[in-house]
Write a protein that binds this ligand. Structure first.
Ligand SMILES: [Cu+2]
Length: 165
C-alpha cells in the first residue's frame, strides 16, 4: 500500500498588534520636598492607624481626619468599589496640577510615596508623617473622580511638645 502524505503549509500571519501598551509616562514630584505636607513615614513608628474606605460613590470615608504635627499615621486604604481609586496627599495646588496632568494622559503611570492606587477590592498601606500644623489635602485623581468630589483633608494641629522618633 502506498501512502501519500500531503503537507500543507499554512502561512500564519502574526498581526503585530501595534504597541497596545498605553503611553507610559512617569513623573516625579519634587514639590513636596519642601516638607509642607509631610514625608513618608515608617510603619513601625506609626502613632495611629486610620482605616480609609474608597468607594464608587466618589467619597473617602472618613474624609475629614485630625492629627497632630509630628504624627506618623498608618493609613490602611481599601478600595470597596468596582473601579480603580487612589489616595494621594498634597496641597490643594499640587493636587489640581497633578489632576490636570492626569486628564491629559489618563494612562499616565503615576506612583510616588505620597500616594496609593488600588484596583477594585484591594487594600494597601500608606504611612505618612505630618510635619507641620495646617491642612493637608488628599484626593483621588482618576479622571472624573476629583471633579465628582473625591477628596478630603487632614487637619494637622500644632503639637506643643517636641515629638521625637
Ligand atoms: Cu476614585
Amino acid at each position: 500500500m502506498k501512502y501519500q502524505y500531503f503537507l500543507s503549509a499554512f502561512a500564519i500571519a502574526f498581526a503585530a498588534v501595534g504597541s497596545a501598551s498605553a503611553q507610559t509616562m512617569s513623573h516625579h514630584h519634587d514639590d513636596h520636598a519642601d516638607n509642607s505636607i509631610g514625608q513618608p513615614g515608617m510603619a513601625a513608628k506609626a502613632d495611629r492607624t486610620i482605616k480609609v474606605d474608597m468607594n464608587d460613590n466618589m467619597r473617602f470615608t472618613p474624609d475629614d481626619i485630625q492629627v497632630k504635627a509630628g504624627d506618623t499615621i498608618k493609613f490602611i486604604v481599601t478600595n470597596n468599589g468596582k473601579i480603580r481609586h487612589e489616595m494621594i496627599f498634597g496641597s490643594d495646588a499640587q493636587l489640581k496640577t497633578h489632576y490636570a496632568a492626569m486628564l491629559k494622559n489618563p494612562e499616565m503611570e503615576h506612583a510616588d510615596d505620597n500616594q496609593i492606587t488600588l484596583d477594585p477590592g484591594k487594600s494597601g498601606e500608606l504611612v505618612w508623617q505630618f510635619s507641620q500644623a495646617g491642612t493637608v489635602n488628599f484626593a483621588c485623581l482618576q479622571p472624573g473622580h476629583y471633579d465628582a468630589g473625591m477628596k478630603g483633608s487632614v487637619t494637622v494641629a500644632a503639637n506643643g511638645k517636641t515629638h521625637k522618633h
